[in-house]
Design a protein around this ligand. Structure first.
Ligand SMILES: NC(=O)c1ccc[n+]([C@@H]2O[C@H](COP(=O)([O-])OP(=O)(O)OC[C@H]3O[C@@H](n4cnc5c(N)ncnc54)[C@H](OP(=O)(O)O)[C@@H]3O)[C@@H](O)[C@H]2O)c1
Length: 345
């Protein structure tokens, strides 16, 4: 990725005026695997009237970055990500950094504030974000830890809320060792639930270390065949059928479908299953729900409170320099990561 032909322009000092800054960024001009990612110098973006320009210190990767990189499932291309090639050239969505400039309408943040959230083109020295997707960085976390939070933790929080989690409930988290799952276990514990996590054998201790009361190895145990029933099931991993998942629920339990890889290249198996679940829900006693998550400032603030109270600690697997972003994405997709993959900028 350090191919000199992509590094022709000099980088100005990191904190110089953003209007004249040429920045390093990870871009992609065609859909493909991680080899399609290039480190180049391009002009830094400018903050629109309702936007903040962030000097990115750290960014994190999640499986959504892989989907945008590959353009799969193909439905995404029709939904506006770019039909033949990615519409947005710079990869990355989650970042933590320092406010470098604010748009004319922005009053919530000032230059120099330490912030985090979802933004456009996080794998770069500068990225823009809408104010509604940002919050102040928790003082007790590093930029690297903070960057791990936005999409994954907001998804976990929103999924648990959709499931109407409450204290004392028995909650099953399928995919507990993943980016979303490691937050979901901690947040469910903070709500006072009894949490059972499902993951691979090699990550059992990891899931236990973030507070799961019980952990099941999915290769060893067929979770739809266990006797125990759960008030709430969050599904983030594997591609079990709806009937297999419903078997894990109490008669009036709630299933929240977050995601899962595999399935068709055209639409993606998880989306079809989620839509079927929502259509079926009115006709059964169990509640079947799906999540379409979004990073929101008020949810980041709730997460900040949980972080400051010591209820959530982001788990970072590895950090990679920006120049090795392609390796970061390869590790993300390998399934070997034990926590979030972070890119330092
Ligand atoms: N609906 C939304 O708005 C939304 C938002 C964010 C993410 N998502 C989706 O949610 C899913 C999870 O995201 P993520 O970032 O947490 O992904 P991730 O970090 O790749 O985690 C995947 C999880 O699935 C587990 N898993 C794999 N195979 C499994 C199986 N057969 N049975 C049970 N668990 C299995 C993995 O366990 P091991 O690693 O231990 O094998 C891991 O815990 C993805 O499909 C993503 O696209 C949806």
């Amino acid at each position: 990725m350090d191919d000199p032909q992509h590094l022709s322009a000099p980088t100005t000092p990191a904190d110089s005026s953003p209007t004249t800054t040429v920045m390093r960024a990870i871009v992609q001009d065609a859909y493909g695997d991680a080899d399609a990612l290039q480190l180049v110098h391009i002009p830094a973006p400018e903050a629109g009237a309702d936007h903040v320009l962030i000097r990115v210190r750290a960014a994190s990767a999640h499986i959504g970055d892989w989907h945008v990189m590959t353009g799969q499932p193909y439905l995404m291309r029709v939904m506006g990500f770019g039909f033949r090639s990615p519409k947005a050239r710079v990869r990355g969505m989650d970042a933590a950094g320092t406010v470098a400039a604010v748009g004319a309408n922005v009053t919530a943040f000032r230059v120099g504030d330490e912030v985090y959230g979802s933004c456009d083109g996080a794998f770069a020295e500068y990225a823009t974000a809408r104010v509604e997707t940002l919050a102040r960085k928790p003082a007790i976390l590093t930029f690297e830890q903070t960057a791990a939070v936005p999409t994954s933790a907001c998804t976990a929080l929103q999924a648990l809320r959709i499931g109407e989690i409450s204290a004392g409930q028995r909650v099953l988290i399928i995919g507990a060792s993943g980016g979303v799952g490691l937050f979901a276990v901690q947040i469910a514990q903070a709500f006072g639930a009894e949490v059972t996590g499902v993951c691979s054998r090699s990550k059992i201790e990891l899931v236990r270390s973030v507070g799961a009361d019980h952990v099941i190895d999915y290769a060893e145990t067929d979770i739809s065949a266990i006797e125990q029933r759960f008030d709430l099931v969050l599904d983030m991993g594997g591609n079990r059928t709806l009937s297999q998942l419903r078997r894990c629920l109490t008669p009036r339990g709630t299933l929240v479908l977050v995601g899962g890889e595999g399935g068709g290249r055209l639409v993606g198996g998880a989306l079809l299953r989620s839509l079927r679940a929502v259509a079926l829900s009115p006709f059964v006693r169990q509640r079947l729900r799906m999540v379409v998550s979004a990073t929101k400032a008020e949810d980041l603030q709730t997460l900040n409170d949980l972080i400051e109270d010591g209820k959530i600690t982001p788990v970072v697997d590895r950090t990679y320099p920006l120049s090795e972003a392609a390796d970061a994405i390869r590790r993300l997709h390998s399934g070997e990561a034990r926590g979030k993959i972070v890119i330092t900028v």
